[in-house]
Design a binder for this molecule. Structure first.
Ligand code: DAH
Length: 346
């Protein structure tokens, strides 16, 4: 009984000096643990009388509960203190980008082709188009045959296409391959775009690269018209350039469309006076397009008697060059960090 009488005072005085959670846990095990004074008293009751057991036992229990309550309150208090301390120390510093700049470090950015590509995807998604992907390595069927490109077409020339040694596979020369895969996987009506890298075995200059980027588009339904095509292309260009751009339509030949068109925009680099980008003609070929050829619909498993559609192939690199005033396409894959880090926005 004596031990128990003094225990609470002793506990309280030790508690006063405790300011950290681990110390509190130590104190808890010291008083309430198996080797602690209360357990010792209980063990000592083995040989006591029934009366003693009752009296001392209940006192020990009350004391144990009291100590437990005090410990719990203190624990809450200390934990709250820890949380508040952590919050004040670990708060997020939103000025970090400035400090990075102050330190002379470069923040990462998006490549201009990614910026444009995602912007265009957003525009088309808002007009109800899906965004599809397709493989870089293709076969003759998807790159040529299904697109109504005959064996004799110059696009099949060894000069233009990177063929694999098996002579069956190739690096896709255009994103039109995505048309074929897209048609096969869905039933009309549908509309989708398919962005990606394309590969041509070509000599490079200010406006030609061996690897560049296109965004294919296709819409198939029951009464799709040239008017629909022009509407979507105009909406696209106005959104991209955030202003009315001058455009012109010329007839264009592509085996997979009939009729086919070439949509040009007035060169935004030189304003039409002539420069290396527009090959000194003042206009830039930007958007080849047309009404999908019946053979192409057939190859994609679609009945050309019932359905028709339009398709287009947008060159993303030229668009980037127009938008940012870049006069040489070779900068785009030049891997020069001074070039890449200029485009941060999204
Ligand atoms: N695939 C063509 C190229 O790479 C571009 C193209 C032209 C795509 C007309 C089309 C189209 O969808 O209708 O040169």
């Amino acid at each position: 009984m004596q031990v128990l009488d003094q225990l609470l005072d002793q506990f309280n005085s030790e508690l006063k000096d405790i300011h950290r959670v681990p110390d509190l846990l130590n104190l808890k095990s010291k008083y309430l643990g198996k080797q602690g004074p209360i357990s010792e008293v209980m063990k000592g009751l083995k040989d006591a009388t029934v009366e003693q057991k009752k009296e001392i036992g209940s006192k020990a229990n009350i004391l144990k509960n009291q100590i437990e309550t005090i410990l719990n309150t203190k624990m809450e208090e200390l934990e709250l203190k820890d949380i508040n301390e952590a919050l004040s120390k670990d708060k997020i510093d939103f000025s970090l980008t400035d400090s990075i700049r102050d330190l002379g470090l470069q923040a990462a950015g998006f490549h201009p082709v990614s910026i444009i590509q995602r912007e265009i995807e957003d525009i088309f998604v808002s007009m109800g188009f899906e965004v599809l992907d397709g493989p870089h390595i293709e076969d003759e069927f998807h790159n040529f045959e299904a697109l109504n490109i005959p064996d004799t077409h110059p696009a099949r020339d060894m000069q233009d296409t990177f063929w694999f040694a098996d002579k069956k596979h190739l690096l896709r020369t255009h994103t039109s391959t995505i048309q074929v895969r897209g048609m096969k996987e869905r039933k009309p009506p549908f509309r989708f775009v398919g962005p990606g890298k394309v590969f041509r075995c070509e000599r490079t200059d200010a406006s030609h690269e061996m690897v560049f980027h296109q965004l294919e588009g296709m819409m198939v339904g029951e009464n799709v018209s040239v008017g629909n095509l022009i509407y979507f292309m105009k909406t696209l260009l106005t959104e991209i350039f955030k202003k009315e751009v001058e455009v012109r339509l010329r007839p264009g030949f592509f085996p997979f469309v009939e009729p086919g068109f070439e949509l040009d925009i007035k060169c935004l680099i030189c304003g039409g006076k002539g420069c290396s980008v527009c090959k000194h003609v003042g206009w830039v070929e930007l958007l080849p397009c047309g009404m999908v050829h019946p053979n192409v619909l057939k190859a994609g498993g679609i009945d050309p008697e019932k359905y028709n559609g339009f398709a287009f192939g947008l060159g993303l690199d030229r668009l980037v060059m127009m938008r940012y005033g870049i006069d040489d396409i070779r900068h785009i894959h030049g891997a020069d960090l001074r070039f890449n880090s200029q485009f941060k926005s999204f």
